[in-house]
Design a protein around this ligand. Sequence first.
Ligand SMILES: Nc1nc2c(ncn2[C@@H]2O[C@H](COP(=O)(O)OP(=O)(O)O)[C@@H](O)[C@H]2O)c(=O)[nH]1
Ligand SMILES: [Mg+2]
Length: 256
Amino acid sequence: MVALGQGGNRTKEAEEEAAARWESEKEAEIDYVFKVVVVGDSAVGKTQLLARFTRDEFALDSKSTIGVEFQTRTLTLHRKRVKAQIWDTAGQERYRAVTSAYYRGALGAMVVYDVTRRATFEHVARWVEELRAHADGSSTVVALIGNKADMPAGRREVAADEAARLAEEQGLFFSEASALTGDNVERAFLTLLEEVFAVVSRRALELDEARRMRGDQGQGDGGRGGEVLSLKGTAVDVGSIMETSAMKRSSQCACS
Ligand SMILES: Nc1nc2c(ncn2[C@@H]2O[C@H](COP(=O)(O)OP(=O)(O)O)[C@@H](O)[C@H]2O)c(=O)[nH]1
Ligand SMILES: [Mg+2]
């Protein structure tokens, strides 16, 4: 390695300091934090989907659990800094013991099944029910994801059409994806986050309007304390609006 000398070190230190400052400033500028939960049977690829979206990684030797509760990725949507906080089960799904704390405050959810294991698809309804019961009811935007679309056709046990039909019935977005190749993973998460964004902004507007009608002004919490106008860093209780437009258009698997 080339010796940079004092000056070189200082420059490097300064650079690192600047980078750290920039990171924390960026952090401070975050407008929204969206909690998204990933559920589904064991070994359908939940952890790998999350790794693909947050770090663009796929670990071949993935263990069935990871130590942390969630991963984050910050992105810009409609000129707002959005931090997606994506929660992963730590293997509790194996014992059907996902707690209500896991779901609480989730604005978005992914219900994942494995296209090569029919039983994981048959359990989707149960996962959706559990979500509806523990998350914010119907206000949580839900996407159905058929993972492992990279697997050979002969291994497939669930047709995309069939899953699309179920999604339609249940009012969910649907996409097949592959955490292994990365196909559709980014798009699926982004579509979900976009929809959460739409729901949250609509709700914020409604609250704003309601507040204006009441003539509330300023910071005084004279109104109902439960209403959250500043969404920063908060789990937001959004209204019961859900639309199923964008992702359904991509209901046919784009991967081979
Ligand atoms: N072929 C293929 N295998 C996958 C894919 N995603 C995950 N896997 C494999 O499926 C197994 C379970 O994945 P994991 O993410 O731990 O599942 P989880 O229990 O739902 O979190 C692991 O052996 C992964 O390597 C995928 O998209 N394609
Ligand atoms: Mg896992």
